[in-house]
Design a protein around this ligand. Structure first.
Ligand SMILES: [Zn+2]
Length: 168
């Protein structure tokens, strides 16, 4: 099991990326844009909707042959979260009337949990090549590859609020 490396930068700082593909580390010939996640699993559940409203976007270097792998991993996660959430919502609606009041109250956090489950599971088994989580005033950048993360750390060192490298 591998752990992703986290580096935190202020939200208003444009991150500098190493001149390497995020997936295979070869010289990149393209870029791809991703949307930062939020800490609210319910918002993540509605990612496809949130995207339409222009969420925080990050442009990362990638080679065109790696784009498919990268996108499949990302959209696979979004899709899995959506599916899990939809399944949980469907199940809750089917059984809602039979629930006692306590169960009804408990069912809301359950829905949140379901939406976050695929992501937590995937991050546990194999962390995504790259991920970003937006908070109110900062952004957490996560990397699966330690070499890439250390280069990112060096490039952005003057702005770093927190980094897993500081703890090693
Ligand atoms: Zn590549």
């Amino acid at each position: 099991m591998t752990q992703s490396i986290e580096i935190v930068l202020p939200k208003d700082v444009e991150p500098a990326f190493p001149d390497q593909c995020i997936v295979c580390c070869a010289p990149p010939n393209s870029t791809t844009k991703i949307f930062a996640q939020t800490y609210n699993p319910f918002l993540n559940l509605f990612m496809p909707i949130v995207i339409l409203f222009g969420w925080l976007q990050i442009e990362i270097p990638i080679c065109s042959s790696c784009k498919l792998v990268f996108k499949a991993q990302r959209w696979g996660l979004v899709f899995a979260s959506f599916l899990f959430g939809a399944f949980a919502a469907y199940w809750l609606l089917q059984n809602f009337n039979e629930f006692s009041l306590v169960l009804k109250i408990m069912s809301i956090p359950c829905l949140f949990l379901f939406a976050g489950l695929p992501h937590a599971l995937a991050a546990f088994i194999s962390p995504p090549y790259f991920d970003a989580t937006a908070l109110s005033n900062k952004v957490e950048y996560e990397f699966a590859k330690i070499d890439y993360a250390s280069k990112f750390h060096l490039l952005n060192e003057s702005h770093i609020l927190d980094s897993d490298f500081y703890e090693q």
